[in-house]
Ligand binder design. Structure first.
Ligand code: PHE
Length: 437
């Protein structure tokens, strides 16, 4: 039924039964917020770029990539959940909207872009609806390489020399992990421990410097608008935690303590040698990271809702300028919220006691999220599961989602909300085959 063709920025792609990308997502490809002058994402991007002088910057790579680029080249196994249609926007079986900027690692290593590169781009993921998730967001990928052929076969000394050139900071960082761990975070057979210690130190200090810089700008902005509490708040707390990515080892995530919680801001690690071999640069060794630009921009400008980045309202856009010091975002008044519930039965029945005769329909929450976005777009603030049960006699499964309608820009009318909600219910019947209660 989905056979046909889509055109994205003048390029044509055949579609097949894998096609699950709605028109609003396709039309947003043209927005390129990270390139829009004076946009908070552009300001954030340039601020981070300024911490990596001499790197090659790629800021306009096309978002449609092959599953080979997005997954295979990076060592994702064939059954990795990230490949599923519920998580990823497909155009056809072999073609997706990139889910991360790492999709360009392989090509960029192959292009042998000098010592280091940064790739900033829009990325696409089917996901929850709430104030910190949006199906399109922006990432910056960074990598830095050293060539063993130029360093007597071992890059440790060169990486340590580069480390000595990095700006220093005085923030105490929590990092209790050993650089490598045989099970959790192994050394690659091609590397020496000495090399990895030096590369890891260069990687971590480089990224800490970015975070320290962002925080000092955010604090200056708070002080400038007289928020003494925010300006003098407890010192910045940053910690490294061990992580896993198929394309780096060892790997880590950096977390920042923010508003009472640890917030993950980036993933990184020592590049898998397999990628460099595949890119015909086997004598290079180095690190890579991927940072979420919205999260950093939310910290930098104190922006409370991720939908705001997409706003075309001057009350939002006029608050940011590349030629002024960072200023805190001043929210326009919050418009009233209005929530409505949708309760429904799934098709089929589940066996008593969770036995093996269950035949309840295959259900993915992201499909509900997608329908809500398709119909109500940015007029919904969040969608949450509020109730779920299996009827004791009929064994049918029921679920209830609460949809919170609120515009960032105006007060919605009851009529308008009823109309949207009615359309969402109808679409759930049509597309998911559920029975509304
Ligand atoms: N691509 C990873 C993500 O989106 C982040 C990452 C980039 C991790 C580069 C390691 C190296 O989660």
């Amino acid at each position: 039924s989905q056979k046909g063709e889509v055109t994205i920025a003048g390029r044509k792609y055949p579609t097949d039964s894998w096609m699950n990308t709605p028109p609003q997502i396709l039309s947003a490809v043209a927005r390129k917020l990270h390139l829009q002058p004076d946009h908070p994402l552009t300001i954030t991007r340039k601020l981070i770029e300024s911490r990596f002088p001499g790197y090659k910057y790629y800021n306009d790579l096309f978002p449609v990539v092959t599953t080979a680029q997005n997954f295979d080249s990076l060592g994702f196994p064939p059954d990795h959940p990230g490949r599923s249609k519920t998580d990823t926007y497909y155009l056809n079986k072999d073609t997706v909207l990139r889910t991360h900027t790492s999709a360009h690692q392989d090509d960029t290593f192959r292009a042998n872009a000098s010592a280091g590169f940064l790739i900033s781009a829009d990325v696409y993921r089917r996901d929850a609806v709430d104030r910190s998730h949006y199906p399109i967001f922006h990432q910056m990928e960074g990598a830095h390489m050293w060539d063993r052929a130029q360093h007597g076969g071992n890059i440790a000394a060169a990486a340590r020399a580069a480390l000595a050139q990095l700006p220093r900071h005085d923030v105490a960082v929590e990092d209790p992990n050993p650089t490598v761990h045989p099970e959790r975070n192994p050394l690659q057979p091609e590397h020496t421990l000495e090399e990895v210690e030096a590369v890891a130190a260069h990687l971590k200090r480089s990224l800490e410097a970015v975070v320290v810089e962002i925080f000092s700008r955010a604090r200056d902005a708070a002080a400038a608008c007289g928020d003494a509490a925010a300006a003098s708040e407890e010192p910045l707390r940053v910690r490294w935690v061990e992580a896993y990515f198929p394309f780096t080892s060892p790997s880590w995530e950096l977390e920042i303590f923010w508003q009472g919680d640890w917030l993950e801001v980036l993933g990184c690690g020592v590049v898998q040698q397999q990628l460099l071999k595949q890119g015909d640069v086997p004598s290079q060794v180095g690190w890579a990271f991927g940072i979420g630009l919205e999260r950093i921009a939310m910290l930098l400008f104190n922006i409370p809702d991720i939908r705001l980045f997409w706003s075309q309202d001057q009350r939002f856009l006029s608050q940011f300028s590349e030629s002024r010091p960072v200023q805190r975002f001043v929210p326009f008044s919050k418009y009233p919220e209005c929530y409505k519930d949708v309760s429904f039965w799934l098709k089929g029945t589940s066996a008593a006691g969770g036995g093996s005769k269950a035949s309840v329909q295959d259900f993915h929450e992201n499909d509900v999220m997608e329908i809500v976005r398709e119909i109500a777009g940015d007029l919904v603030e969040d969608v949450r599961l509020t109730d779920e049960f299996t009827h004791p006699k009929t064994r049918r499964r029921s679920m209830c989602y609460r949809i919170n309608y609120r515009s960032l820009e105006r007060t919605l009318t009851n009529e308008e909300i009823n109309d949207l909600h009615g359309k969402i219910c109808a679409s759930m019947v049509e597309k998911l085959g559920v029975d509304i209660r």
